[in-house]
Design a protein around this ligand. Structure first.
Ligand code: G16
Length: 543
């Protein structure tokens, strides 16, 4: 076999964020850039010798080229086998499942998730460990160390592998097993849900629109919703994955999934709408005339989980990221189960699920999932809703009204200030960290701060500590604001401000969200000096 050992030196900007390394595609295509990072991943995990991996991505521009490089590097580093999705396609949850199902040593997932794709857009690569979940901070810190110390990378000198057909091939001495991206995942879903009940729901005339946003979930949604469960043909729209996602922004929220929102807000809307993102781990749920926030969706799924066969015995616990609303805390309280609060990033749920402490997890950023894999799972969330509706035979807005009547409503919104000056944004966060303690008792825009905190997390399982994970500010009357910098942006910095207001009384539940949140919004904009420091008065995106 011909292995090239190529000398390399550290390249700036190879620091993984919330979910692996995300950069402009052109940066990844620079000579040696991808190779340096892949070699650093192998070095960080003690080498690839004798190991097996799963490799796949969301089909965005540069996906297959990058996979060819990874296969040749895995072979040159001594891996014995790589399982790869046909045509290089694997959704993030399907990749997580394949890692677990085949007991591999981990996987390399190529995606910049909800960020747009194309030569002028974004690309990403992350490493998931043997439990199927995103690498924990101990591993990502080691990867960062290796990117700064790299002196060479190894790559097999061989022709590209044909990924177009299901087959077992070789690359050097390494086996390359090309698998159907959908079938194992579909089997898993079939074991979790009552497919017969959902089939009966569709057979009764229930209608759905699933917007795959020209991203990876198209083939999964076609197979599961239409071919297997009997949703009428055409229920899946934008179902063909495209390298540039059709020029769209595959982020399932009311702003970027406007096409679906317009359909669902119409009188003739289908009964149920949903969308998923670039790599299939995020979801948006919307009923006829009723958008469900991700925080509320988590709470509803937890409250109704026992209607779904896999969770009929109840949940061990639930977990949410800190900026996610406290709606699921109230459900956990009523169910008498633990509710964990973690920093942003799915990787923080891994230890809790592995230890059997939590069954279901969710994040405000449109991620919901359970311990069936170690990633959030967009289609799983859609099937949870469908299974619950098939049991309860209520509409989405009836389910929400019933939920709020029982638990109260956590009004919630997120403001994103995108591509702001990174130095100014970091200074803003530093200022808040330094002044947090002194905020208590002060009044801003007429609201009194009751507590403020620079959020740090101690993992209950391995006691590892993660500091500076966002600023939380609580106000009189049950409002909370959270500020943090995004870990997934690729341009400047993105400041996220999360607003929440708890409303226990049913009389308030029909109020307009932004109106309810206006006082806390004005207060936090003043506290953070957003206009003065970032020169912005309005966010780029409000969800
Ligand atoms: C990633 C992580 C999520 C996290 C999100 C936060 O999502 O997997 O667990 O909530 O980032 O994004 P940000 O740091 O921009 O707020 P994804 O879907 O991009 O992998």
């Amino acid at each position: 076999m011909a292995v090239n050992v190529i000398s390399a030196s550290p390249i700036d900007g190879q620091v993984p964020g919330t979910s692996g390394l995300r950069k402009k595609t052109a940066a990844f295509m620079r000579p040696g850039y991808l190779e340096n990072f892949v070699q650093s991943v192998f070095d960080a995990i003690g080498g690839a010798e004798g190991k097996t991996f799963v490799v796949g991505g969301d089909g965005r521009f540069f996906n297959t080229e990058a996979i060819q490089t990874i296969l040749k590097m895995a072979a040159a580093n001594g891996a014995v086998k790589v399982i790869v999705g046909q045509n290089g396609i694997l959704s993030t949850p399907a990749a997580s499942h394949l890692i677990r199902l085949n007991k591999t040593d981990g996987g390399l997932i190529l995606s910049a998730s909800h960020n747009p794709g194309g030569i002028n857009q974004d690309f990403g690569l992350k490493f998931n460990t043997a439990n199927g979940g995103p690498a924990p901070e101990s591993v990502t810190h080691e990867i960062i160390r290796c990117t700064a110390a790299i002196s060479q990378y190894r790559i097999e000198q061989s022709a590209d592998i044909d990924l177009s057909a299901i087959a077992t091939l070789t690359c050097g001495d390494m086996l390359v097993s090309i698998v159907d991206p959908v079938s194992d995942y579909q089997d898993l879903m079939q074991n979790i849900f009552d497919f017969d009940k959902i089939r009966a729901l569709f057979a009764s005339g229930f209608t759905v629109q699933f917007d795959a946003m020209h991203a990876v979930t198209g083939p999964y949604a076609h197979a599961v919703l239409e071919d297997c469960l009997g949703a009428k043909p055409g229920s899946v729209v934008n179902g063909v994955p495209l390298p540039d996602f059709g020029g769209g922004h595959p982020d399932p929220n009311p702003v970027w999934a406007k096409q679906l929102m317009d359909v669902m807000m119409d009188e003739a809307a289908p009964d149920f709408g949903a969308a998923s993102d670039g790599d299939g781990d995020r979801n948006m749920i919307v009923g006829r005339g009723a958008y469900v926030t991700p925080s509320d969706s988590l709470a509803v799924l937890a409250a109704n989980a026992t209607l779904v066969p896999a969770y009929a015995q109840g949940l061990a616990g639930v977990a949410r990221s800190m900026p996610t609303s406290a709606a699921c805390d109230r459900v956990a309280d009523k169910l008498g189960i633990e509710c964990f609060v973690t920093p942003t990033g799915w990787k923080f749920f891994g230890n809790l699920m592995d230890a059997g402490r939590t069954t279901m997890c969710g994040e405000e950023s449109a991620g919901t999932g359970s311990d069936h894999v170690r990633e959030k799972d967009g289609l799983w969330a859609v099937l949870m809703w469908l299974n619950i509706i098939a049991e309860r035979r209520l509409s989405v807005d009836e389910i929400m009204a019933d939920h709020w009547a029982k638990y109260g409503r956590n009004f919630y919104s997120r403001l994103d200030f995108e591509a702001v000056n990174a130095v100014a944004a970091n200074d803003l966060m530093l200022m808040l960290r330094d002044s947090a303690d002194a905020l208590t008792g002060q009044q801003f825009a007429g609201l009194t701060v009751t507590k403020a905190q620079d959020y740090a997390y101690t993992d209950p399982i391995d006691q590892s500590i993660s500091e500076h994970q966002g600023i939380q500010v609580w106000f009189e009357g049950g409002a909370r604001a959270v500020l943090r910098l995004s870990g997934t942006g690729t341009e400047g910095a993105t400041l996220r401000i999360y607003l929440e207001q708890y409303a226990p009384d049913a009389a308030d539940h029909g109020r307009e969200t932004q109106l309810v949140l206006n006082p806390v919004r004005l207060a936090i904009l003043e506290i953070a000096e957003v206009e003065k420091r970032l020169g912005r008065t309005e966010p780029d995106v409000t969800t």
